[in-house]
Design a binder for this molecule. Sequence first.
Ligand code: NAD
Ligand code: UDP
Length: 348
Amino acid sequence: MSILVTGGAGFIGSHTCLNLLESGYDVFVLDSFVNSSPESLARVKSICEKDKKPKRDLHVFKGDLRNASILKDIFTKANEINKKIDGVIHFAGLKSVKESVEKPILYWDANVGSTINLLNVMQSFDCSTIVFSSSATIYGRSSKTKLKENFKLKPINPYGSTKMVIEKLLNDLFVNYSGSWRVANLRYFNPIGAHESGLIGENPKGIPNNIFPFLTNVAAGNLEELRIFGKNWPTIDGTGERDYVHVMDLAEGHVKTLEFLINNGPQCLSMNLGTGKGTSVLQLLNIFEESNSLKIPHTFVERRSGDVARLVADNSLLKSLLNWYPKRTLNQMCKDGWRWQVNNPRGY
Ligand code: NAD
Ligand code: UDP
Protein backbone atom coordinates (compact mmCIF):
# COMPACT_ATOMS: atom_id res chain seq x y z
CA MET A 1 0.00 0.00 0.00
CA SER A 2 1.10 3.56 -0.67
CA ILE A 3 0.54 6.58 1.52
CA LEU A 4 1.05 10.26 0.70
CA VAL A 5 2.45 12.17 3.66
CA THR A 6 2.17 15.95 3.35
CA GLY A 7 4.72 17.76 5.51
CA GLY A 8 6.56 14.47 5.94
CA ALA A 9 9.96 16.09 6.51
CA GLY A 10 8.78 17.88 9.66
CA PHE A 11 9.07 16.83 13.28
CA ILE A 12 6.04 14.54 13.55
CA GLY A 13 6.02 13.73 9.82
CA SER A 14 9.55 12.32 9.73
CA HIS A 15 8.90 10.02 12.72
CA THR A 16 5.63 8.88 11.14
CA CYS A 17 7.28 8.22 7.76
CA LEU A 18 9.76 5.97 9.55
CA ASN A 19 6.95 4.09 11.25
CA LEU A 20 5.02 3.73 7.98
CA LEU A 21 8.08 2.35 6.15
CA GLU A 22 8.79 -0.03 9.01
CA SER A 23 5.15 -1.14 8.93
CA GLY A 24 5.39 -2.07 5.25
CA TYR A 25 3.98 0.97 3.44
CA ASP A 26 5.46 2.77 0.46
CA VAL A 27 5.62 6.46 1.25
CA PHE A 28 5.33 9.54 -0.96
CA VAL A 29 6.24 12.81 0.75
CA LEU A 30 5.32 16.30 -0.39
CA ASP A 31 7.08 19.03 1.58
CA SER A 32 8.10 22.60 0.77
CA PHE A 33 10.77 22.46 3.51
CA VAL A 34 9.52 25.81 4.75
CA ASN A 35 10.04 24.55 8.29
CA SER A 36 12.21 21.47 7.78
CA SER A 37 15.14 20.01 5.92
CA PRO A 38 15.33 17.17 3.37
CA GLU A 39 18.05 15.74 5.60
CA SER A 40 15.37 14.44 8.00
CA LEU A 41 14.12 12.08 5.30
CA ALA A 42 17.65 11.07 4.31
CA ARG A 43 18.08 10.06 7.96
CA VAL A 44 14.78 8.17 7.92
CA LYS A 45 16.14 6.21 4.94
CA SER A 46 19.37 5.46 6.74
CA ILE A 47 17.54 4.18 9.85
CA CYS A 48 15.45 1.90 7.60
CA GLU A 49 18.56 0.61 5.85
CA LYS A 50 19.90 -0.65 9.18
CA ASP A 51 16.66 -2.59 9.74
CA LYS A 52 16.37 -6.20 8.74
CA LYS A 53 12.78 -5.61 7.60
CA PRO A 54 11.79 -5.77 3.89
CA LYS A 55 12.59 -2.49 2.18
CA ARG A 56 9.85 -0.06 1.21
CA ASP A 57 10.20 2.95 -1.04
CA LEU A 58 10.34 6.54 0.10
CA HIS A 59 9.66 9.06 -2.69
CA VAL A 60 10.32 12.68 -1.79
CA PHE A 61 8.88 15.66 -3.70
CA LYS A 62 9.68 19.27 -2.99
CA GLY A 63 6.70 21.59 -3.47
CA ASP A 64 3.96 23.62 -1.91
CA LEU A 65 0.67 21.93 -1.11
CA ARG A 66 -1.14 24.96 -2.53
CA ASN A 67 0.22 24.01 -5.94
CA ALA A 68 -2.30 21.59 -7.50
CA SER A 69 -0.10 20.58 -10.40
CA ILE A 70 2.65 19.09 -8.23
CA LEU A 71 0.05 17.16 -6.26
CA LYS A 72 -1.46 15.78 -9.47
CA ASP A 73 2.04 14.82 -10.65
CA ILE A 74 2.59 12.80 -7.47
CA PHE A 75 -0.70 10.92 -7.77
CA THR A 76 -0.04 10.32 -11.49
CA LYS A 77 3.51 9.11 -10.91
CA ALA A 78 2.28 6.74 -8.20
CA ASN A 79 -0.28 5.28 -10.62
CA GLU A 80 2.36 4.90 -13.35
CA ILE A 81 4.60 2.81 -11.12
CA ASN A 82 1.65 0.72 -9.89
CA LYS A 83 1.67 2.26 -6.44
CA LYS A 84 -1.71 3.98 -6.38
CA ILE A 85 -1.97 6.22 -3.33
CA ASP A 86 -4.45 4.60 -0.93
CA GLY A 87 -4.51 7.25 1.76
CA VAL A 88 -3.05 10.53 2.97
CA ILE A 89 -1.58 11.61 6.28
CA HIS A 90 -1.81 15.37 6.24
CA PHE A 91 0.78 17.18 8.41
CA ALA A 92 1.72 20.10 6.18
CA GLY A 93 0.89 23.46 7.62
CA LEU A 94 2.14 26.34 9.69
CA LYS A 95 1.94 25.90 13.45
CA SER A 96 3.06 28.97 15.36
CA VAL A 97 0.24 30.44 17.45
CA LYS A 98 2.13 33.73 17.76
CA GLU A 99 2.74 34.05 14.02
CA SER A 100 -0.89 33.17 13.30
CA VAL A 101 -2.04 36.13 15.39
CA GLU A 102 0.29 38.42 13.44
CA LYS A 103 -0.49 36.93 10.00
CA PRO A 104 -3.98 35.38 9.99
CA ILE A 105 -4.39 35.48 6.20
CA LEU A 106 -1.13 33.59 5.74
CA TYR A 107 -2.38 30.92 8.16
CA TRP A 108 -5.78 30.53 6.49
CA ASP A 109 -4.10 30.26 3.11
CA ALA A 110 -1.28 27.93 4.19
CA ASN A 111 -3.48 25.65 6.29
CA VAL A 112 -7.02 25.83 4.92
CA GLY A 113 -6.25 26.83 1.30
CA SER A 114 -3.71 24.04 0.96
CA THR A 115 -6.11 21.48 2.44
CA ILE A 116 -8.86 22.41 -0.05
CA ASN A 117 -6.34 21.91 -2.83
CA LEU A 118 -5.32 18.54 -1.43
CA LEU A 119 -8.92 17.34 -1.06
CA ASN A 120 -9.78 18.36 -4.64
CA VAL A 121 -6.85 16.40 -6.02
CA MET A 122 -7.53 13.42 -3.76
CA GLN A 123 -11.11 13.32 -5.02
CA SER A 124 -10.07 13.46 -8.65
CA PHE A 125 -7.74 10.48 -8.07
CA ASP A 126 -10.38 8.51 -6.18
CA CYS A 127 -8.52 8.66 -2.88
CA SER A 128 -10.78 9.32 0.10
CA THR A 129 -8.88 8.20 3.20
CA ILE A 130 -7.23 10.91 5.25
CA VAL A 131 -5.66 11.29 8.69
CA PHE A 132 -5.45 14.95 9.63
CA SER A 133 -3.13 16.65 12.16
CA SER A 134 -5.48 18.57 14.36
CA SER A 135 -4.62 20.01 17.74
CA ALA A 136 -5.77 20.28 21.34
CA THR A 137 -5.64 24.04 20.67
CA ILE A 138 -9.13 23.81 19.18
CA TYR A 139 -10.64 23.27 22.66
CA GLY A 140 -9.50 26.80 23.36
CA ARG A 141 -9.78 26.85 27.10
CA SER A 142 -8.37 25.14 30.11
CA SER A 143 -10.30 22.37 31.78
CA LYS A 144 -9.98 20.89 35.27
CA THR A 145 -11.26 17.62 33.90
CA LYS A 146 -9.61 15.79 31.04
CA LEU A 147 -10.68 17.10 27.64
CA LYS A 148 -13.15 14.90 25.81
CA GLU A 149 -13.72 14.94 22.07
CA ASN A 150 -17.33 16.08 22.48
CA PHE A 151 -16.38 19.23 24.43
CA LYS A 152 -17.33 22.49 22.76
CA LEU A 153 -14.65 23.75 20.35
CA LYS A 154 -13.69 27.36 20.86
CA PRO A 155 -10.24 28.17 19.47
CA ILE A 156 -8.79 31.44 20.68
CA ASN A 157 -6.29 32.16 17.88
CA PRO A 158 -6.18 31.92 14.06
CA TYR A 159 -4.01 28.78 14.17
CA GLY A 160 -6.68 26.99 16.21
CA SER A 161 -9.44 28.33 13.96
CA THR A 162 -7.76 26.86 10.88
CA LYS A 163 -7.56 23.44 12.55
CA MET A 164 -11.20 23.54 13.64
CA VAL A 165 -12.46 24.60 10.24
CA ILE A 166 -10.50 21.85 8.47
CA GLU A 167 -12.13 19.32 10.82
CA LYS A 168 -15.53 20.75 9.84
CA LEU A 169 -14.66 20.62 6.15
CA LEU A 170 -13.64 16.98 6.43
CA ASN A 171 -16.85 16.20 8.26
CA ASP A 172 -18.82 17.87 5.43
CA LEU A 173 -17.08 15.63 2.90
CA PHE A 174 -18.01 12.56 4.88
CA VAL A 175 -21.63 13.64 5.33
CA ASN A 176 -22.26 14.91 1.81
CA TYR A 177 -20.46 12.41 -0.44
CA SER A 178 -22.68 9.45 0.42
CA GLY A 179 -20.25 8.16 2.99
CA SER A 180 -17.27 7.44 0.77
CA TRP A 181 -14.74 9.37 2.89
CA ARG A 182 -12.73 7.81 5.70
CA VAL A 183 -11.51 10.60 7.93
CA ALA A 184 -9.66 10.79 11.24
CA ASN A 185 -8.91 14.09 12.91
CA LEU A 186 -6.15 13.46 15.44
CA ARG A 187 -6.09 16.13 18.12
CA TYR A 188 -2.50 16.10 19.34
CA PHE A 189 -1.52 17.23 22.78
CA ASN A 190 2.21 17.97 23.32
CA PRO A 191 4.55 15.75 21.30
CA ILE A 192 8.16 15.81 22.55
CA GLY A 193 11.22 13.55 22.50
CA ALA A 194 12.85 12.02 19.46
CA HIS A 195 13.55 8.66 17.82
CA GLU A 196 15.80 6.60 20.07
CA SER A 197 18.55 6.51 17.42
CA GLY A 198 19.18 10.23 17.99
CA LEU A 199 19.19 10.63 14.20
CA ILE A 200 15.86 12.41 13.79
CA GLY A 201 14.17 14.90 16.09
CA GLU A 202 12.61 18.32 16.42
CA ASN A 203 14.46 21.02 14.51
CA PRO A 204 12.52 24.30 14.67
CA LYS A 205 13.81 27.23 12.64
CA GLY A 206 14.80 30.21 14.82
CA ILE A 207 14.21 30.46 18.57
CA PRO A 208 11.83 27.69 19.67
CA ASN A 209 8.35 28.64 20.91
CA ASN A 210 7.56 25.30 22.51
CA ILE A 211 8.95 24.38 25.86
CA PHE A 212 10.81 21.18 25.02
CA PRO A 213 13.14 22.40 22.24
CA PHE A 214 13.66 25.55 24.32
CA LEU A 215 14.68 23.38 27.28
CA THR A 216 17.13 21.28 25.27
CA ASN A 217 18.68 24.43 23.80
CA VAL A 218 19.17 25.90 27.27
CA ALA A 219 20.71 22.61 28.39
CA ALA A 220 23.06 22.75 25.39
CA GLY A 221 24.10 26.31 26.24
CA ASN A 222 22.55 27.78 23.05
CA LEU A 223 20.03 29.76 25.10
CA GLU A 224 20.71 31.37 28.44
CA GLU A 225 17.81 30.26 30.60
CA LEU A 226 14.34 28.80 30.49
CA ARG A 227 11.69 31.44 31.09
CA ILE A 228 8.73 29.88 32.87
CA PHE A 229 5.55 31.66 31.83
CA GLY A 230 3.67 32.28 35.08
CA LYS A 231 3.81 30.78 38.57
CA ASN A 232 0.27 31.38 39.77
CA TRP A 233 -1.79 29.20 37.46
CA PRO A 234 -4.46 27.09 39.18
CA THR A 235 -2.35 23.92 38.89
CA ILE A 236 -0.45 21.65 41.27
CA ASP A 237 2.55 24.02 41.59
CA GLY A 238 1.35 27.15 39.81
CA THR A 239 3.03 26.40 36.47
CA GLY A 240 1.22 25.41 33.26
CA GLU A 241 0.15 21.78 32.95
CA ARG A 242 0.26 19.85 29.68
CA ASP A 243 -0.03 16.30 28.39
CA TYR A 244 3.39 15.39 26.92
CA VAL A 245 3.46 12.43 24.56
CA HIS A 246 6.52 10.75 23.01
CA VAL A 247 6.69 11.54 19.29
CA MET A 248 7.19 7.82 18.49
CA ASP A 249 3.99 6.93 20.38
CA LEU A 250 2.30 9.67 18.39
CA ALA A 251 3.73 8.29 15.13
CA GLU A 252 2.51 4.79 15.98
CA GLY A 253 -0.93 6.27 16.70
CA HIS A 254 -1.06 7.51 13.09
CA VAL A 255 -0.31 4.13 11.58
CA LYS A 256 -2.92 2.47 13.82
CA THR A 257 -5.47 5.12 12.87
CA LEU A 258 -4.76 4.71 9.17
CA GLU A 259 -5.15 0.94 9.45
CA PHE A 260 -8.40 1.37 11.35
CA LEU A 261 -9.79 3.57 8.55
CA ILE A 262 -8.61 1.17 5.84
CA ASN A 263 -10.10 -1.86 7.59
CA ASN A 264 -13.40 -0.27 8.51
CA GLY A 265 -16.09 1.54 6.57
CA PRO A 266 -16.40 5.22 5.73
CA GLN A 267 -16.55 7.38 8.82
CA CYS A 268 -15.38 10.64 10.31
CA LEU A 269 -13.60 10.31 13.65
CA SER A 270 -12.10 12.94 15.92
CA MET A 271 -9.75 11.56 18.54
CA ASN A 272 -7.48 12.95 21.23
CA LEU A 273 -3.89 11.76 20.99
CA GLY A 274 -2.25 12.23 24.38
CA THR A 275 -1.24 10.15 27.38
CA GLY A 276 -4.01 11.38 29.69
CA LYS A 277 -1.37 12.45 32.23
CA GLY A 278 -0.76 16.07 33.13
CA THR A 279 2.74 17.41 33.87
CA SER A 280 3.56 20.92 35.05
CA VAL A 281 6.46 22.96 33.71
CA LEU A 282 8.36 22.50 36.99
CA GLN A 283 7.73 18.75 36.96
CA LEU A 284 8.98 18.52 33.37
CA LEU A 285 12.05 20.54 34.28
CA ASN A 286 12.82 18.26 37.25
CA ILE A 287 12.37 15.07 35.23
CA PHE A 288 14.56 16.45 32.44
CA GLU A 289 17.29 17.38 34.95
CA GLU A 290 17.13 14.01 36.71
CA SER A 291 16.96 11.92 33.53
CA ASN A 292 19.99 13.62 32.04
CA SER A 293 21.94 14.57 35.18
CA LEU A 294 21.84 18.25 34.25
CA LYS A 295 20.87 21.55 35.81
CA ILE A 296 18.76 23.98 33.79
CA PRO A 297 18.97 27.67 34.65
CA HIS A 298 15.46 29.07 34.80
CA THR A 299 13.51 32.10 35.86
CA PHE A 300 9.83 32.98 36.28
CA VAL A 301 8.32 35.61 33.98
CA GLU A 302 4.81 36.90 33.20
CA ARG A 303 2.18 34.58 31.74
CA ARG A 304 2.38 34.24 27.97
CA SER A 305 -0.59 35.86 26.24
CA GLY A 306 -3.16 33.34 25.02
CA ASP A 307 -1.83 30.63 27.37
CA VAL A 308 -4.11 28.34 29.36
CA ALA A 309 -3.54 26.60 32.70
CA ARG A 310 -4.15 22.98 31.85
CA LEU A 311 -4.67 20.83 28.76
CA VAL A 312 -4.83 17.09 29.38
CA ALA A 313 -6.40 14.51 27.09
CA ASP A 314 -9.13 12.07 27.82
CA ASN A 315 -7.65 9.40 25.54
CA SER A 316 -10.18 6.66 26.22
CA LEU A 317 -11.65 6.78 22.69
CA LEU A 318 -8.33 6.17 20.98
CA LYS A 319 -7.43 3.44 23.45
CA SER A 320 -10.69 1.56 23.08
CA LEU A 321 -11.05 1.98 19.32
CA LEU A 322 -7.45 1.42 18.24
CA ASN A 323 -5.96 -0.43 21.16
CA TRP A 324 -3.29 2.30 21.24
CA TYR A 325 -1.45 2.88 24.49
CA PRO A 326 1.43 5.28 25.05
CA LYS A 327 4.44 3.06 25.78
CA ARG A 328 7.14 5.58 26.56
CA THR A 329 7.59 7.42 29.86
CA LEU A 330 8.38 11.08 30.42
CA ASN A 331 11.84 9.98 31.50
CA GLN A 332 12.34 8.35 28.10
CA MET A 333 10.99 11.43 26.28
CA CYS A 334 13.59 13.54 28.12
CA LYS A 335 16.44 11.14 27.42
CA ASP A 336 15.59 10.67 23.75
CA GLY A 337 15.07 14.40 23.18
CA TRP A 338 18.39 15.23 24.84
CA ARG A 339 20.24 12.55 22.84
CA TRP A 340 18.94 14.15 19.63
CA GLN A 341 20.13 17.60 20.81
CA VAL A 342 23.59 16.37 21.83
CA ASN A 343 24.12 14.45 18.61
CA ASN A 344 22.88 17.33 16.45
CA PRO A 345 23.91 20.57 18.13
CA ARG A 346 23.03 22.56 15.01
CA GLY A 347 20.04 20.47 13.99
CA TYR A 348 20.12 18.81 10.57
P1 NAD B 1 6.67 20.91 11.40
O1 NAD B 1 6.67 22.36 11.08
O2 NAD B 1 7.92 20.28 11.89
O3 NAD B 1 6.15 20.07 10.13
C1 NAD B 1 5.28 20.62 9.17
C2 NAD B 1 5.87 20.31 7.80
O4 NAD B 1 5.01 20.83 6.79
C3 NAD B 1 7.24 20.97 7.61
O5 NAD B 1 8.13 20.01 7.08
C4 NAD B 1 6.97 22.08 6.59
O6 NAD B 1 8.09 22.35 5.79
C5 NAD B 1 5.80 21.51 5.82
N1 NAD B 1 4.92 22.51 5.21
C6 NAD B 1 4.35 23.58 5.81
N2 NAD B 1 3.58 24.24 4.92
C7 NAD B 1 3.66 23.56 3.74
C8 NAD B 1 3.04 23.72 2.46
N3 NAD B 1 2.20 24.74 2.20
N4 NAD B 1 3.34 22.84 1.51
C9 NAD B 1 4.18 21.79 1.74
N5 NAD B 1 4.77 21.59 2.94
C10 NAD B 1 4.50 22.46 3.92
O7 NAD B 1 5.49 20.66 12.45
P2 NAD B 1 5.12 19.36 13.29
O8 NAD B 1 5.38 19.67 14.72
O9 NAD B 1 5.70 18.16 12.68
O10 NAD B 1 3.55 19.38 13.10
C11 NAD B 1 2.93 18.67 12.06
C12 NAD B 1 1.44 19.00 12.08
O11 NAD B 1 0.91 18.72 13.37
C13 NAD B 1 1.13 20.47 11.82
O12 NAD B 1 -0.02 20.55 11.00
C14 NAD B 1 0.84 21.03 13.19
O13 NAD B 1 -0.07 22.11 13.15
C15 NAD B 1 0.22 19.83 13.90
N6 NAD B 1 0.40 19.87 15.36
C16 NAD B 1 1.64 19.93 15.90
C17 NAD B 1 1.79 20.00 17.29
C18 NAD B 1 3.15 20.09 17.92
O14 NAD B 1 3.22 20.42 19.13
N7 NAD B 1 4.24 19.81 17.24
C19 NAD B 1 0.66 19.97 18.11
C20 NAD B 1 -0.58 19.90 17.53
C21 NAD B 1 -0.71 19.83 16.13
N1 UDP C 1 6.27 27.34 28.55
C1 UDP C 1 7.18 28.02 29.36
N2 UDP C 1 8.29 28.55 28.76
C2 UDP C 1 8.56 28.44 27.43
C3 UDP C 1 7.62 27.74 26.63
C4 UDP C 1 6.49 27.22 27.22
O1 UDP C 1 6.98 28.15 30.57
O2 UDP C 1 9.60 28.96 26.95
C5 UDP C 1 5.09 26.73 29.17
C6 UDP C 1 3.77 27.21 28.61
O3 UDP C 1 3.30 28.33 29.34
C7 UDP C 1 2.89 25.98 28.81
C8 UDP C 1 3.85 24.81 28.64
O4 UDP C 1 5.15 25.35 28.86
O5 UDP C 1 2.37 25.94 30.12
C9 UDP C 1 3.81 24.17 27.24
O6 UDP C 1 3.98 25.21 26.28
P1 UDP C 1 4.18 24.87 24.73
O7 UDP C 1 4.30 26.16 24.00
O8 UDP C 1 5.29 23.89 24.57
O9 UDP C 1 2.84 24.10 24.34
P2 UDP C 1 1.31 24.64 24.25
O10 UDP C 1 1.19 25.81 25.16
O11 UDP C 1 1.11 24.96 22.83
O12 UDP C 1 0.50 23.49 24.71
